[in-house]
Write a protein that binds this ligand. Structure first.
Ligand code: AMP
Length: 272
């Protein structure tokens, strides 16, 4: 099968408006481009510039992955949500110091001057030191998607569990690619969209743990932190994997549990 990577980026002046990422076969290219244009113009803010890039993946080898297993936590407050996130990160091997530092940075806007980044921070899972080459932009993971069969299965599963928002499916795909990166320990994310306050902590070890509240509604700060093992990381290799290795998710993961974050922290979660 011949595959293409299609990426969309819409901005208004210098502000990011929306983005999308697909890997599709040649006969799906035109339809995918139409969907992306609709998405770029479907936001409250009209874009002043939309770029769509189509790359032939040619002979590049697609890495086939199974999506991370899913746990959904409900939290009563942002504080509880953030505590649950730090707990999950701890299970994955991130020190409390590094985890709280990332929470603090995402809460304030991780780019210099309290701005949001277009990509992710890379953080030493032990010390919390930031290692991404560009602290304004961060590192953007690209070239990942669901296969059509896996997309249908995960869409049905998430819909059935009340998580049918398109963001969850896309975030799960991105989190799956990131979790399989060389020397990656875990990831933390919440959106900068002021209308979307859920987020997740994810890792190969814990799966994808969705957390219902990681920020107050109306807050437009957010971002992603990728925690790495400093002893084994080859930063260039990691950045190259995130940006260029095509990844197709061909199997959905398992649904593990939906529970209150307090219950989760108490440890009634022998399966995670
Ligand atoms: P979103 O979930 O799309 O609202 O994105 C939240 C934040 O995650 C953004 O502000 C970026 O900092 C970061 N981000 C979004 N997409 C990517 C990506 N493909 N790779 C790395 N970081 C990303």
């Amino acid at each position: 099968m011949h595959y293409y990577s299609i990426r969309m980026h819409a901005s208004s002046e210098t502000r990011h408006v929306s983005g999308a990422e697909r890997i599709v076969s040649s006969n799906e290219v035109d339809q995918t481009v139409i969907e992306m244009v609709r998405r770029a113009f479907g936001k409250k803010t009209l874009p002043s510039m939309v770029s769509i890039t189509i790359d032939d993946l040619g002979a590049e080898e697609l890495r086939s992955l199974t999506a991370l297993d899913i746990t959904a936590l409900t939290t009563r407050s942002v504080e509880d949500g953030r505590r649950a996130a730090v707990h999950v990160l701890g299970r994955a091997g991130v020190s409390p110091e590094a985890a709280w530092k990332a929470v603090d940075l995402l809460g304030r806007g991780p780019a210099p001057g309290g701005q949001n980044m277009r990509g992710a921070m890379i953080i030493d899972a032990e010390t919390g030191k930031r290692l991404e080459p560009d602290a304004y932009r961060g590192v953007r993971a690209s070239r990942f998607d669901w296969s059509p069969e896996a997309e249908m299965q995960i869409r049905c599963l998430l819909h059935e569990k009340g998580l049918g928002h398109f963001r969850t499916k896309e975030a799960l795909a991105l989190a799956t690619k990131i979790a399989h990166g060389p020397a990656v320990t875990a990831e933390l994310c919440w959106s900068d969209d002021p209308d979307y306050s859920a987020g997740y902590a994810a890792s190969f070890r814990t799966g994808y743990v969705r957390i219902s509240h990681l920020k107050e509604p109306g807050n437009d700060h957010g971002g992603r932190a990728i925690f790495i093992d400093r002893r084994t990381v080859d930063l260039e290799l990691l950045v190259s994997y995130l940006q260029t290795q095509p990844v197709l998710i061909e199997k959905p993961g398992r649904w593990l549990a939906a529970m209150d974050s307090g219950e989760f922290i108490k440890g009634n979660t022998e399966h995670v």
